[in-house]
Structure formats: structure tokens, C-alpha cells
Design a protein around this ligand. Structure first.
Ligand code: HEM
Length: 168
């Protein structure tokens, strides 16, 4: 039987989102959060904010596409997978909201896209703490999502990843 395959637009949006989220989680944790808030940090923050906003738009775009294309047939564990996916999408949207509120509240938005300066410490602001906790939650959910895909691919051998354009 021929494998189900998402529409090309859905596959592209999925892999661009994955790239953006993994990039933001890794560089945010190991570079951005470690840098002192000097003017040299502004360029890094600008990239983070732009890609972060773009990641949020991709989530909304994915929702929109999902309503317009066929859904895959149910597989083992699809209910759990759906819960993980929904939590991940919610987590990403909350990251964008908390990041945006933080950027305005701390003056970072003005510093990055205008002429102000960065705050002494982002941790003084509650949305920064929320943003930091959410990043850990989303990391866990991404790990579960990837583990589920690999479990199907290599243990159940049902070629589930072909849905997202990997293999046939
Ligand atoms: C999916 C979207 C996003 C992800 C995955 C993400 C990820 C991260 C990560 C991993 C950190 C470091 C957290 C830590 O180690 O405690 C961080 C910090 C930060 N993020 Fe985001 N972020 C996203 C969106 C945004 C957006 C849209 C903005 C602003 C418009 C933003 C602004 C910030 C700021 C200001 C910091 C603090 C940097 C510091 O402490 O020096 N983020 N983000």
C-alpha cells in the first residue's frame, strides 16, 4: 500500500520550523543567555528575535495548512503523539509571547531595533523566567516527539517518517 505523505508545503514548513526551533533552543541556551548585556550582544538578540517571530508564524501557518490538506491515517500511539504535538505548538507560541513581552518590558526591543540600551540583567523581569522555563519544557517535548518518530521508524518499522518526506 502506498504510504501517506503530507503536502509538500506542509513538509517544508515542518522542517523549517524544526530547524528554527532547534537553532533557537541551542543558541539561546549556550550563546545568548551566556553573553553579558553589552552592545555587542545586540546583533545576536536581533537574530534571535527575528527567527523567534518567524518560528511563531510557521506554527500558525502549519495550523492553517493542516485544515486544508488530508490528515494521515491513525497509527500506534497517535493520541499520545497528538498531545505532545499540541503541547509543543502551545509551548512555542507561549515562547514567542513571553519573548515579545520581555523585549518590550525590558527595553530590549528598542535597543535592538532602535537606539536604546539593553537592561543590566534580563532575569530581573518575570517574562524572562517564564521564557527560560518554557524553553526547558519545549526541549523535553521536542525530545519526546523525535523519540516517537524514531521508535516508529526503527522499532515498529512502519516507515512513518515517509509522511514527512524522509524515505518512501
Ligand atoms: C520559538 C521561539 C523561541 C525560542 C525557542 C527561544 C529560545 C530561547 C532560549 C533557549 C533562551 C535562553 C533561555 C535560558 O537559557 O534560560 C532565550 C532567551 C531569550 N529570548 Fe527567546 N526564544 C524564542 C522566541 C523569542 C522571541 C520572539 C523573543 C523576542 C521578540 C525572544 C527574546 C529572548 C530574550 C530577550 C532572551 C534573554 C536573553 C538573555 O537572557 O540574555 N525569544 N530564548
Amino acid at each position: 500500500m502506498r504510504q501517506f505523505r503530507y503536502a509538500t508545503s506542509q513538509i517544508l514548513v515542518h522542517w523549517f520550523s524544526a530547524l528554527a526551533i532547534v537553532f533557537l533552543l541551542i543558541t539561546g541556551t549556550f550563546i545568548l543567555a551566556e553573553l553579558p548585556n553589552t552592545p555587542e550582544k545586540v546583533g545576536n538578540l536581533r537574530i534571535h528575535m527575528l527567527i523567534g517571530g518567524f518560528a511563531g508564524l510557521l506554527v500558525l501557518w502549519r495550523f492553517w495548512l493542516r485544515g486544508r490538506h488530508p490528515v494521515p491515517p491513525p497509527v500506534i500511539g497517535h493520541k499520545l503523539a497528538r498531545i505532545v504535538r499540541m503541547a509543543m505548538n502551545l509551548g512555542i507560541l507561549l515562547l514567542v509571547i513571553s519573548g515579545t513581552v520581555l523585549a518590550f518590558q525590558s527595553g530590549a526591543f528598542e535597543a535592538v531595533f532602535g537606539s536604546g540600551s539593553l537592561p543590566a540583567d534580563f532575569m530581573e523581569f518575570l517574562p524572562r523566567k517564564v521564557h527560560g522555563i518554557l524553553t526547558k519544557v519545549v526541549m523535553g517535548l521536542v525530545a519526546l516527539h523525535v523519540a516517537g518518530a524514531l521508535y516508529h521508524q526503527f522499532f515498529l518499522r512502519d516507515r512513518l517518517m515517509a509522511h514527512m518526506g524522509i524515505g518512501k
